[in-house]
Ligand binder design. Structure first.
Ligand SMILES: Cc1ncc(COP(=O)(O)O)c(C=O)c1O
Length: 403
């Protein structure tokens, strides 16, 4: 058959017409005029950093999440580092976390000279499995870092119980889960410290940015010092008190989030509920459609959880398909659907293999899932047509390879 006679229904990767003309990304920000104006107003003000917008953003965020303290950081990664520091993780300690995450979750343990110990995940949610955590506790364990994978909270009651039985700190990595609920409680108000990210693909953005939410005043004080070189007061506090003297009381970093970013965060936070509602609508449409597609397993949702749907990761039922994940991924990209994969299990990254040896096979649930995962586009500015295009492309591609 010549290239010109290929049927338009054929897969784009085989010469057919793509489902859409332009690439639909897997995630992206939404910025409106109010966001832009808020940043411009700060640029015209006296304080570009460590000014009034920092505290305003922190207060609004703490109120939204229902927590006593919220501390801004220059990224989610910096926020994780600070939380690991506040939990007093240090050389010789261990912290238990999930392999099914972005490397930053485990890296923050390494920054403190401690050792991340992975525990396998539950096969439905791909969140850390409390039973697996229990088997990894040692005399060196100091913290547990669950991740709300894709925006679906982990089983935090079970994790808190293990933590309180063993005197451990729980740092929840909720970079995917702003606005999620677990057993009626807001993500951010449950763990000892909860970490959020404001990267552009997240629910709200400040460009780069992060936050730690906590009800513990001592953690909050340490977090504030850690992000400001370990200094016990900030520039604005000193200016308003008419003082120049300051003291560095611990070894911190410059992890401050500037006022332009905080002003953007304040505006973005006002739109969080609308963003969550749209993501939940998109997830419901996807799940209803994919239940009808043999070879596709939609993400699980436990009944006691209301996820925030940062990601929408499907799993392929490879037994029903004549292609593997890589082939299906490429075929979807050819249809102009910007699919992605979350995540390469952390222990499989070359840095971790070199440092801790090849742990392949030790986390069978995470590894089995990894071979089958594809994240579909999920962001609140998606149009109905965008959602239909994704559903059509998945049906077309998976249908082609279904045996
Ligand atoms: C689960 C998880 N943890 C941590 C981070 C790090 O956040 P940031 O990119 O803001 O440093 C991310 C970012 O994608 C993430 O997905």
């Amino acid at each position: 058959m010549s290239a010109t006679s290929v049927s338009p229904q054929a897969l784009a990767i085989l010469g057919g017409s793509p489902v859409r003309e332009t690439l639909l990304p897997y995630g992206r920000q939404s910025i409106d005029d109010a966001d832009i104006q808020a940043v411009v107003d700060v640029l015209r003000s006296d304080w570009l950093t460590t000014g009034p917008k920092v505290g305003e953003f922190e207060e609004a965020f703490a109120a939204r999440v229902g927590v006593g303290h919220a501390v801004t950081f220059s990224s989610g990664t910096a926020a994780l580092h600070a939380a690991a520091f506040a939990a007093r993780l240090t050389t010789g300690d261990e912290a238990i976390t999930t392999p099914m995450t972005f490397a930053a979750t485990a890296n923050c343990v390494l920054y403190q000279g401690a050792t991340p110990v992975f525990a396998d995940v539950c096969s439905d949610t791909l969140n850390i499995d409390p039973e697996q955590i229990a088997g990894k506790i040692s005399s060196k364990t100091r913290a547990i870092l669950p991740v709300a994978y894709a925006g679906h909270p982990a089983d935090l009651d079970a994790i808190q119980k293990i933590a309180s039985d063993h005197g451990l700190v729980v740092i929840e990595d909720a970079c995917h889960a702003l606005g999620a609920k677990y057993r009626g409680r807001a993500t951010g108000s449950i763990a000892d410290m909860t970490v959020f990210s404001f990267h552009p693909v997240k629910h709200i953005t400040t460009g780069e940015g992060g936050m730690v939410a906590t009800n513990n005043a001592q953690f909050a004080e340490t977090l504030r010092r850690f992000r400001n070189h370990g200094i016990s007061s900030d520039a604005r506090q000193r200016q308003s008190a008419g003082q120049w003297h300051y003291e560095m009381v611990l070894l911190g970093f410059n992890y401050r989030l500037p006022d332009m970013a905080c002003a953007l965060g304040i505006e973005q936070l006002k739109k969080l509920d609308a963003s969550l509602a749209l993501r939940r609508e998109i997830a419901a449409r996807y799940t209803a459609a994919f239940r009808e597609v043999p070879g596709v397993i939609p993400p699980a949702m436990r009944p006691d959880v209301n996820p925030a749907w940062h990601l929408y990761p499907i799993r392929l039922d490879l037994a029903k398909l004549t292609a593997d994940r890589a082939q299906i991924f490429c075929a979807l990209r050819a249809e102009n659907i910007g699919v992605n994969v979350h995540y390469i299990p952390v222990h499989r990254h070359p840095y971790y293999v070199e440092k801790f040896g090849d742990r392949g096979g030790e986390y069978p649930v995470a590894e089995h899932a990894y071979e089958r995962l594809i994240s579909l586009p999920m962001f609140h500015a998606m149009t109905e047509q965008d959602v239909s295009d994704v559903i059509r492309a998945v049906g077309k591609v998976v249908g082609h390879y279904c045996q």
